[in-house]
Design a protein around this ligand. Structure first.
Ligand code: TXA
Ligand code: MG
Length: 339
């Protein structure tokens, strides 16, 4: 058991975090997307502690974070041309690229796969911590497995209290949903495995051939063979039963009036959406970007309110809206009603 400390993001804290990571401990670290649970990617015992702290299934691989492009060379056996193009355009930033892994990446880190997901975060504190360690850092989102990803140090603390020695606090995550995850097919195609802030349109500036994996918007059977193991796990599930209502504000309000009861809470874009309906509500934002930033905090807020049944307004599916939709349908166990 640890007495978990929340550190500020001063140089001294960054040094302290690096010391802990070098000694094989797990540290909560900020990134621009969500907070991560970091450990030395090549240290099997350290990585094992991540899986234990999260309660994460062993076959779900971790993303390896770097601070310099040159660190990629020790991690992979081959760098596809498209990966170099993507790195030039989107790194540092919220893009994870899957490539064939080298022997330097232990199987526990890659969840038993022969590939590794790599990303260079744009968050300065994250990059300073990686640089201070001098080695790549494996980090999944710093939530308990199945809980919403953490977008503040307090969220990490709520989930990881007593499980890890320290969390570095660099404020609220600017983006709020996890990185876009892609792999490469042949010489010219990108397959989107998890949507994020780097959108399909952004990827199309690299190649026209962007394939959106079915698992992005559709349910994947628990025993299915999937391109990305994270797709098949129940995710981000608040305790409430969420139903997404897809349609106009008028249709949403009509449906709520007819189908709500004392147990209903609303998840809306703007407080006006809930006006006069007489029900408790949580607001998650009017633009795709706001919704991305607030979604996970809103899901945690629904738990705090002990919400039982939630009617959620449906994100746009455009730009980062696709990432919001991808996370929300998982939180809703794929219950979507088209009005
Ligand atoms: O923004 C992010 O990506 C955050 C921050 C901390 O960097 N990290 C994150 O990690 O979201 P995690 O572990 O919660 O999600 C990683 C996702 C999982 O769905 C996993 O299955 C997939 O990426 N993934 C990782 N490595 C993979 C690989 N080699 N092949 C296929 N999918 C992979
Ligand atoms: Mg996660």
């Amino acid at each position: 058991m640890f007495d978990t400390k929340i550190l500020d993001n001063s140089d001294r804290s960054i040094e302290l975090a690096a010391e802990l990571l070098k000694s094989g401990e797990v540290v909560g670290i900020p990134t621009e997307t969500v907070y991560g649970l970091g450990a030395d990617a090549s240290n099997e015992d350290a990585v094992k502690k991540i899986f234990e702290a999260k309660g994460r299934p062993a076959d779900n691989p971790l993303i390896v974070h770097i601070s310099e492009f040159s660190q990629i060379e020790e991690l992979v056996t081959e760098i596809p041309r498209l990966a170099i193009n993507c790195a030039e355009k989107f790194w540092p930033g919220p893009l994870t690229m899957i490539m064939p892994k080298s022997d330097r990446v232990p199987m526990i880190t890659s969840g038993g796969l022969d590939t590794v997901g790599i990303r260079m975060p744009s968050n300065e504190t994250a990059r300073k911590i990686i640089s201070a360690c001098g080695f790549p850092i494996a980090a999944p989102s710093a939530n308990l497995s199945g809980s919403p990803s953490p977008t503040s140090a307090q969220h990490v603390y709520n989930d990881m209290q007593n499980r890890i020695p320290a969390i570095v606090d660099a404020g609220h995550c600017g983006i709020g949903v996890e990185s876009t995850v892609i792999c490469f097919e042949g010489r010219d195609s990108i397959r989107l495995l998890r949507p994020g802030f780097i959108s399909v349109d952004d990827l199309k500036e690299i190649t026209e051939n962007v394939i959106i994996d079915k698992g992005v918007t559709e349910i994947v059977a628990a025993d299915a063979k999937v391109a990305s193991p994270g797709m098949k796990y129940k995710h981000y599930a608040p305790k409430a039963e969420i139903t997404i209502l897809e349609g106009t504000l008028d249709a949403y309000r009509e449906y709520v009036k007819e189908n709500s009861d004392n147990d209903t809470t609303l998840l809306v874009f703007d407080k006006n959406d809930a006006d006069g309906l007489g029900l408790p509500y949580v607001v998650y934002g009017s633009t795709d970007e706001e919704q991305a930033r607030n979604l996970f905090g809103s899901l945690r807020e629904l738990d705090r309110l002990n919400a039982v049944k939630v009617f959620a307004r449906c994100p746009s599916k455009n730009g980062v809206g696709l990432a919001v939709y991808n996370r929300l349908i998982r939180a809703a166990a794929f219950r979507v009603i088209r009005l």
